[in-house]
Design a protein around this ligand. Structure first.
Ligand SMILES: [Cu+2]
Length: 450
């Protein structure tokens, strides 16, 4: 990493922090509840009833954009579509009602034997041309029921199969999560766990993760001109297409770190801040505390371009691509560590993230071997994310009135699309596909209990 890059990232952190000061996200540091962070699964599975919907989404710069999305019986219009979490072997049923004034459909890449109204879901051909990749729910009230057996665990997406360049960009996409199962002695499928009872992303215990540390990052983009044209029912010149907003789970930074179901983002309920507790090294006195397992981050990219997503603080271990495990009991382990997690267009990647205080820095026994910048030399705007102490778990001097993000001396690292034009809001740095990784010290009783 060269100095220019470090400077840019430092400036980015200050920028994000400054923006957050002016955005009411203080409750992000409140004690998390079961659903305030992490993946938000739609209740009721494996049977889902969804309608296409239109509404508006908010961008951090104040822009409000007309958008498409889905609504369910538990939530009005939302972007992205609800995360459909099912168990391996489930017979998944999705009834889609179309409220738009053009036909639409859903495709389920990676699922086999998909039925549409009981018939194989095949592309629709009219006059020799494919007009839809799947049977449609006709405009203004039509509906179609898709069914498939979720026979392989993994991270998948669903998205429009009709005019997808437009309809996916407008918001018709979401995640499908299939959790692995193993049949018990009575032949009943049970969720697969490792020897310590931890959930697994795939069939192998090497894909196990810390319970409650399961996160989703759906990467998408928006050209406001397209959305305005669709809202006004005017033609759109695709040669002028130029995305201006880049979203994680339907939000642009710094909104990305707001909690799930934030009241100020009613149409964008899914946050994306990754939250872990440090993993304490074996033999350290605090071994009994902290996360024992890594967090699981499920990436989905619905953009027309590839993404290189960069979590600061540690490499991530890629354990699956497109729902195919790279780590299983019958093949050599082909998972790999990545500093940049490559998520190709319309592909999915599963990665494990953990953070360990490898050097065991301690202010007395093992101090950081560099001079620490004094309080007055640190940007006060950055202190929202920096406890003025380089030691995890310690809070140094803070500017007057700043406490919100320093409840227990936790660390925050950025995680962002490494093509920095995707880390912008209408050209302004930093924003876009950027979020934070929160690392709590293992031994602080002040940290939230999750
Ligand atoms: Cu970076």
């Amino acid at each position: 990493m060269n100095l220019t890059r470090i400077t840019a990232f430092t400036a980015g952190l200050a920028c994000v922090a400054a923006a957050l000061v002016s955005t009411s996200v203080g409750s992000a540091s409140a004690a998390p509840t079961a659903s305030s962070e992490g993946i938000l699964c739609q209740p009721g599975g494996p049977t889902f009833t969804m309608s296409t919907a239109t509404g508006h989404i908010s961008m951090p710069d104040g822009n409000v954009l007309f958008s498409w999305g889905f609504s369910t019986d538990t939530h009005g219009f939302e972007l992205p579509g609800p995360a459909l979490c099912v168990n391996q072997g489930d017979n998944v049923t999705i009834t889609l009602t179309n409220t738009l004034d053009e036909d639409t459909s859903l495709v389920f890449p990676g699922q086999s034997g998909v039925l549409a109204d009981g018939q194989p879901s095949l592309p629709v051909v009219n006059a020799g041309k494919v007009t839809s990749l799947a049977p449609v729910a006709t405009k203004n009230g039509g509906s179609v029921t898709y069914q498939f057996v979720a026979d392989a665990p993994g991270t998948y997406l669903y998205q429009s199969g009709t005019d997808p360049a437009k309809q996916v960009e407008m918001g018709l996409y979401g995640a499908i999560i299939v959790r692995p199962t193993t049949k018990d002695a009575a032949g009943i499928p049970q969720l697969t766990k490792d020897a310590n009872g931890n959930p697994q992303a795939y069939g192998d215990p090497r894909t196990a993760y810390q319970p409650t540390r399961e996160f989703l990052h759906i990467l998408s983009q928006v050209d406001p001109k397209l959305h305005l044209a669709v809202e006004q029912k005017k033609p759109f010149d695709w040669s002028s297409y130029s995305a201006k907003y880049f979203l994680i789970n339907g939000r642009s930074a710094p909104d990305s770190v707001s909690p799930n179901n934030a009241s100020w983002l009613p149409s964008q309920p899914q946050g994306s801040m990754v939250h872990v507790t440090e993993q304490v090294q074996p033999g350290v006195a605090r071994t009994a505390l902290g996360d024992k397992m890594p967090a699981l981050v499920r990436y989905i990219n619905v953009m027309p371009t590839d993404a290189a997503f960069h979590p600061h603080g540690n490499t991530e271990r890629v354990i699956a691509e497109d729902g195919a495990s790279l780590d299983n009991a019958t093949l050599p382990d082909s998972s790999y560590g990545k500093f940049l997690v490559d998520v190709g267009s319309n592909r999915t990647v599963d990665a494990l993230f953990a953070w360990t205080n490898v050097e065991n820095y301690d202010p007395v026994a093992n101090p950081v071997p560099v001079q620490i910048a004094p309080f007055q030399d640190v940007l006060t705007s950055a202190s929202t994310w920096y406890a003025m102490s380089p030691y995890l778990g310690q809070t140094g001097e803070l500017p007057a009135g700043i406490a919100s993000m320093n409840v227990c001396g936790e660390y925050y690292h950025m995680a962002h699309n490494h093509a920095l034009q995707f880390a912008t809001n209408y050209g302004a740095s930093f924003g876009g596909q950027m979020t934070l990784i929160r690392i709590d010290p293992a031994d602080s009783l002040l940290c939230p209990a999750s």
